[in-house]
Design a protein around this ligand. Structure first.
Ligand code: SAH
Length: 378
């Protein structure tokens, strides 16, 4: 036995492997992110310059304002139901929901109808959310099964699906091996392979043909399970969902699991519980599951195009015009503020920033309802 490390989570993972054998990447990822005491999200607020990474709502208020516009339009297209569930999954600091509510303040009836629900695993982030949403009645839930009413449900999730665990399968001729986390020399964590027993592989159909010998196929049974539950919810209660995330439009071979700490990439097996683990989202799979369940999809479309379709550039210009108009001869024009709006806009929509890598997809139970923003370019 090696001496205990500085990390209680690393010790726990080692002893689990010693007892039960190598663990799948999904179990590893779930422990790293969501272990009740030592999981990454359970112990910290990871966002912003002093944290590990930044997300779209934290970059600029414009993002949440556009999602607010999208939701208000959807609500009108749904016939302005007098009650609906507005559910955000993985709401982080609550910034997106706060911006949505601010942006929809002047839409008559929207605030009265919206019943805010937040699905959040982290007590630290729940606390942050309760502070920024103090003026709104808000309900926290642990999972989608907690929703059980007859009213429409609108689900939004930004950078949520990428936090759900993945599994890696390596093609070995006609069969597959699963990549697992085991113990190497000096009790360090290291990757290994075991025979794959995941039944989901059989349902892949043509998609697995794209993977050559020795290549890795990354699958997320957790994303699939979550999307299937969303589909059921949309069909049972009526409604729509919008997910924004980094990911690819077509299923492809290769791994995208990554660890980020202090805005830098690091080894996935180093510092378990102290770096953010995410994987790109397979949007083709999301769309395929929706169609299978009789739900209609829009997109995936690049985030930059989606936000431009919703009018983000006009909104940015309006904010800038407002600042220029309000400038007095004493204070002058607030140049730093104007620069912040411009740089936030560019980070969100430029193709070499978040504009292309990030994508949006919407799901809706009703083929007649076309959510805003999904046409290709203006
Ligand atoms: N949407 C936010 C935060 C993205 S980070 C933003 O864009 O800024 C991922 C979020 O999902 C965090 O709030 C994290 O705590 C939450 N999360 C991760 N796994 C979860 C799970 N299984 N159930 C609920 N929330 C989860």
């Amino acid at each position: 036995m090696s001496p205990p490390s500085q990390s209680p989570l690393l010790d726990l993972i080692r002893s689990r492997i010693a007892q039960h054998g190598p663990m799948g990447l999904d179990e590893y990822m779930a422990l790293c992110l969501g272990h009740p005491q030592h999981g990454y999200y359970m112990t910290r607020d990871p966002f912003g310059a002093g944290g590990d990474f930044t997300t779209a709502p934290e970059i600029s208020q414009l993002f949440g304002e556009m999602i607010g516009v999208w939701l208000a339009d959807l609500w009108i297209k749904f016939g302005k139901p007098s009650d609906f569930i507005l559910l955000e999954v993985g709401p982080g600091r609550g910034t997106l929901m706060a911006d949505i509510m601010r942006a929809t303040k002047r839409v008559p009836g929207f605030h009265d109808a919206a019943k805010i629900h937040l699905m959040e695993i982290s007590p630290v982030l729940r606390n942050a959310q309760s502070k920024v949403l103090v003026n709104y009645e808000t309900r926290w839930i642990d999972g989608l099964e907690a929703l059980n009413s007859a009213i429409p449900v609108f689900v939004i999730g930004n950078e949520f699906l990428d936090a759900l665990p993945v599994r890696h399968f390596v093609r070995k001729g006609e069969t597959w091996a699963e990549r697992v986390v085991g113990l190497g020399e000096g009790n360090t964590l290291q990757f290994g392979l075991k025979d794959a027993d995941y039944v989901g592989l059989e349902s892949l159909g043509d998609r697995q043909l794209k993977v050559k010998d020795e290549e890795i196929l990354e699958l997320s049974p957790a994303v699939s399970g979550f999307i299937k539950t969303v589909n059921e919810l949309l069909i049972k209660q009526s409604g729509a969902a919008l997910f924004l995330d980094y990911g690819y439009a077509k299923t492809a071979a290769g791994e995208t699991l990554q660890a980020v700490r202090s805005h830098r990439f690091e080894n996935v097996l180093e510092h378990p519980g102290e770096s953010d683990l995410t994987a790109h989202v397979d949007f083709e799979n999301v769309g395929r599951l929706a169609k299978q369940d009789g739900v209609f999809i829009h997109g995936p479309i690049e985030q930059g195009i989606f936000l431009k379709n919703l009018g983000i550039e006009f909104r940015a210009q309006k904010l800038i015009d407002g600042l220029q108009l309000n400038s007095s001869s004493v204070c002058g024009v607030d140049e730093p503020q104007i620069e912040m709006i411009k740089s936030g806009l560019h980070r969100l929509i430029d193709t070499d920033q978040m504009g292309s890598l990030f994508k949006a997809i919407a799901l809706c139970h009703d083929p007649e309802i076309i959510p805003a923003g999904f046409h290709e370019g203006l």
